[in-house]
Design a protein around this ligand. Structure first.
Ligand code: XMP
Length: 522
């Protein structure tokens, strides 16, 4: 967990789709970064003692109606400021320069010509840098004390600086991979200009978080709903390191899990980590409640409701005399869920995510929340997990929806249809692992469709079910594309499913991107 002595860069978010990417790039430099809404008061920023401030891009026009503007006093805090895209336009606008709406939107790759005596941002980068543009407006007059340090064919002020005050501005996006040496520009800013130390490491995070959790919960007992996914697994391992037996995990078998999932979780946490773990087998209860239900939203609601019931009951059963001994509920909440998102114009991503967070918090238990991962991005969680000794099967695990296989069975959920999907899914996963593809993709799984079709097996006509195979690549699940898998891997998956899974005679490969399709079928 961050301390005020630690180097810190504050990023003010003006609604760019890349704000979190900036934060991640800085953390990759082992420097702590924190995203704040653009309107955060300068005095509140000062309290955090940042070594530098970055103004993110954003979809607005600085002169536009309702355009997001920061507290003017941020330019008087005496710390370096780097404006990116909309950020540099704001800087120019606030400090006395001029920004103009250009009719020609510059989008895509470009070349930045850097002046010979260029600014420290471009140290070691030569005189010509490949960059990625995505902007409409541009700075046309510099504020007093600024100078141009880089230009493109279209913009004489593509990179600017005010060296005395240590203000810098970039018209392009150094944070995206399409600016191949962008990371070095960011390093130059955080180390060279802001003087940050490399003190954000997962090792120090673990130490500090353990201390912090101990201080927070004292001698109280903590309960955690383990799902077997990366986040709750890492949260469990971290809390166990911090408070040992004061942690109890509950793993609910809702009957919608994959093959061997219960056994694998129990083996890892109970046998390897010696974590107190209660496995509740509630399969029958869930399947009874889901009987005959085909509407996906109703399935989700039923599963959410049953989960809370089961979790509640198990908390009571773990306590003596009907009174809960638990004061705290642990959750594997991550940083992207807690960033106060500013949804301005073109950033729908911030708004879409909520329906997935099942909100399974049993309210009537009145538990306080402990969220040890709330400062971490997913890749950092994986690193923490690895350092705590979790195996790659857990830290590198693909996302799996809370409602489990229910979202992958279209139509009726019956024990027989669960068997079919489980067997098909096991084949997909094992072939993906065998061909070294599993860890390269975002998700790869099977879906059972509510259609049957004619086939022929030997001399016999069949009338059996269809499995769709979905393999996608994605950065964060918000957008995704189908993976151009080698045909031989697809062929093996298909042949094995049809030969080995009784009741299936057809396999399709889903070639839809998200949007407009979603990743799961439901
Ligand atoms: P969709 O299907 O909306 O999914 O494109 C985006 C990502 O979210 C996962 N997903 C869920 N995760 N609980 C979760 O924890 C859920 O209810 C849920 N539904 C979908 C999905 O697997 C994909 O990675």
């Amino acid at each position: 967990m961050s301390t005020t002595a630690q180097s810190r860069i504050v990023i003010l978010d003006f609604g760019s789709q890349y704000t979190q990417v900036i934060a991640r790039r800085i953390r990759e430099c082992q420097v702590y970064s924190q995203i704040l809404p653009y309107h955060t008061k300068a005095k509140d920023i000062a309290k955090l003692n940042p070594r530098g401030i970055i103004l993110s891009g954003g979809p607005s026009s600085v002169y536009g109606k309702g355009a997001p503007h920061p507290d003017r006093a941020i330019f008087e805090l005496g710390v370096p400021v780097l404006g990116i895209c909309y950020g540099v336009q704001l800087m120019a606008h606030f400090l006395g320069g001029k920004v103009e709406h250009s009719t020609h939107r510059e989008y895509g790759p470009g070349q930045l010509a850097v002046k010979a005596d260029a600014c420290p941002l471009f140290d070691g980068l030569g005189s010509s840098i490949d960059i990625w543009n995505s902007h409409g407006d541009k700075v046309t007059k510099l504020p007093r004390g600024f100078r141009s340090v880089g230009k493109t064919d279209n913009a004489p002020y593509a990179a600017i600086e005010q060296p005395k005050k240590r203000f810098y501005g970039l018209q392009f996006h150094p944070e995206v991979h399409h600016t191949p040496r962008g990371k070095e520009i960011i390093q130059n800013f955080v180390y060279g200009i802001c003087g940050c130390a490399m003190d954000w490491t997962m090792g120090s995070f673990i130490e500090q978080t353990c201390e912090q959790v101990r201080a927070q919960v004292g001698s109280d007992h903590v309960i955690l709903g383990l799902s077997g996914g990366v986040d709750s697994s890492v949260a469990a391992a971290l809390l166990h390191k911090a408070i040992g037996d004061q942690l109890t995990c509950v793993f609910v078998n809702n009957g919608l899990l994959r093959e061997n999932e219960v056994e694998a979780v129990a083996r890892l946490f109970r046998d390897n980590f010696h974590i107190k773990l209660k496995v509740v087998n509630a399969s029958a209860q869930f399947l009874k409640a889901l009987k005959g239900i085909t509407d996906p939203e109703r399935k989700r609601k039923i599963i959410g409701k049953e989960f809370i019931k089961v979790f509640d009951d198990s908390v009571v059963s773990l306590s003596r005399g009907g009174k809960s001994k638990f004061k705290w509920l642990a959750q594997g909440t991550l940083y992207p869920d807690v960033i106060e998102s500013v949804a301005i114009g073109g950033n729908p991503a911030a708004l879409i995510k909520s329906h997935h967070n099942v909100g399974g918090l049993p309210k009537k238990m009145k538990l306080k929340l402990v969220e040890p991962l709330r400062e971490l991005f997913k890749d950092e969680v994986r690193e923490v997990g690895a350092q705590l000794g979790l195996p790659r099967e857990v830290t590198g695990r693909q996302p799996f929806p809370g409602p489990g296989l229910a979202v992958r069975i279209l139509g009726d959920i019956t024990p027989e249809r669960l068997r079919i999907l489980r067997e098909a899914d096991t084949i997909v996963v094992s072939e993906m692992k065998a061909s070294d593809w599993y860890y390269k993709v975002w998700q790869s799984f099977a879906v059972l469709l509510p259609v049957r079709s004619v086939g022929v097996m030997g001399d016999e006509r069949t009338y059996a079910q269809t499995i769709a195979v979905r393999i996608v690549e994605s950065q964060d699940g918000m957008t995704a594309d189908w993976v151009r898998m080698p045909y031989d891997v697809l062929a093996r998956i298909s042949a094995r499913i049809i030969n080995e899974v009784k009741g299936v005679n057809r396999v399709c490969y889903d070639i839809s991107s998200k949007p407009p399709a979603t990743i799961e079928w439901e």
